[in-house]
Write a protein that binds this ligand. Structure first.
Ligand code: TYC
Length: 113
């Protein structure tokens, strides 16, 4: 998408001397950056605890949560959602606090998309 608006100025024959093309810059309407929230695998956090986290904080069904948990378990990491910076930060904090309270080493991180 061009940042320029091309505008024909004047009517072209009114003797005002404004024949031609005016080039105006337009204020950029940039979408805010989005952030991937990721869960990392470890050897100690119970599978059912991870499933519970995905249901509780990411609104997944049990089946969705189980599938994503298995992906993390097998591949080492998975994206569990994409959010605004503020929401992503809240999710990471909620997961890290919940894991720490239950003495599990589960790690949750965020990364600009
Ligand atoms: N690897 C863990 C186990 O075998 C399960 C696990 C899955 C841990 C996903 C963390 O983000 C994770 N108990």
């Amino acid at each position: 998408m061009s940042k320029f608006n091309f505008v024909m100025s004047g009517d072209g024959d009114d003797g005002e001397g404004d024949l031609g093309v005016a080039l105006k810059t337009r204020a950029k309407s940039k979408r805010p950056p989005m952030y991937k929230v990721m869960l990392l695998n470890d050897d100690y956090t119970p599978m059912e605890f991870v499933v519970h986290i995905l249901e509780r904080f990411f609104g997944m069904t049990h089946a969705q949560a189980f599938e994503i948990m298995l992906t993390v378990h097998k591949k080492g990491v998975a994206v569990v959602g994409v959010f605004s910076h503020e929401v992503a930060e809240t999710k990471v904090t909620q997961v890290m606090d919940f894991a720490r309270r239950h003495q599990h080493p589960l790690q949750c991180t965020m990364e600009k998309e």
